[in-house]
Design a protein around this ligand. Sequence first.
Ligand code: XMP
Length: 318
Amino acid sequence: KWDMGHFAKEQIEKIRKQVGNDKVLCALSGGVDSSVVTALLYEAIGDQLIPVFVDNGLLREGEREKVEHVFKNMLQVPLVVIDGQKKFLEALKGVTEPEQKRKIIGHTFIELFEEEAKKHKDVKYLAQGTLYPDVIESVSVKGPSETIKSHHNVGGLPDWMQFELIEPLRELFKDEVRKLGLELGLPREMVYRHPFPGPGLAIRILGEVNEESLQLVRRADTILLEEIKAHGLYEKLWQSFAVLLNVKSVGVMGDKRTYENTVALRIVESSDGMTATFAHIPHDLLELISNRIINEVDGINRVVYDITSKPPGTIEWE
Ligand code: XMP
C-alpha cells in the first residue's frame, strides 16, 4: 500500500519535471479518476493545465453544477465547460442499438474535445485517469474473440491530437485513488462517488434517447439515490441506479387505467466492477423506493428489481 500524501508529492515533482513550461489538456468527467487527475495536475502545474468538461446532456440531476462548484469555486481550477447537450441528442436521434449509442457518444465527444483542443495549439500532453485495473481490463475485455462493450474513454483521438500521455494513476487501485483525492482536498462526496459510465444515462435507457426518456430515468435515479443515501447504504454499494426499460405495461392509479413505462433498479455490490452481485436491499426500502418513483414520476407505473449478478449479467444493461 502506498502512503498517498507521499505519493502525491512524488507525482507532483515528477509531473513538474516532465512538463516543464508546456501545456497539458485533460478531460474531466466528474468521476473519481478524472477528478483526481485534474486536482493533482492543477496542484502540480497550475494554469498550464487546461481541464475540459463536456456537458453531454446525459448526466444525472445536478451533476454539472456539482462539478463546476467543486472545481471552479472550491479549487479555483479554470475549468472549460462545453455545452454539448444539443449535439449529443441530435446525434442519438432514432438510435436504439447499444454499441451504436456508445460509438456515437464517443465520436461526438471527440469532436467537441478536438474543437476545444484546436484553440490551444501549444498543448503537448494529455493527462488521463487510467488506473491499474483499466490497464488489465483493456487487455482482457478486448481479447481476441469480441469486445463486450466499447468503453468510452479518451482513446481513438485523431492523429494530430496524439499527445504524449500523462497517466499518474496507472499503478493505483480505486481505494488508493480515493485516498489520494481526499489528500488533494476533493470533497468526500466526490471521492466516494459511484462509478458512472462515460455514455451516461444514454445506456440506461433501453430504446431511444430523447428529452422525455432522459427526464424519466433522471428523476427515477434521483429518488433512488436519495433513499439509498438516506438509509446509509451508499458507500456500501458499488452502484445503484435506475434503468428505463422499453416496456410499457398496464396499471391502475386511483380508479383509472394507466399504460406507462417500467423502470428497473440496478443495485450491486462489487470490489472492482469485474464481478458483481445484486445487493440484498431490505424489502421495505425497495417498497418505499418503488412507491416514490411511481407516485412522483409521471410516466412510470411499474418498478422491478434486477436480481442478476455479473457474470452472467453485466452491471449496466447496455
Ligand atoms: P459492465 O456493464 O461492463 O460495467 O459490467 C462495469 C463497470 O464499468 C462501468 N462502465 C463504464 N465506465 N465508460 C466508463 O467509464 C463506459 O463506457 C462504461 N460502461 C460501463 C459500469 O458503470 C460499471 O461500473
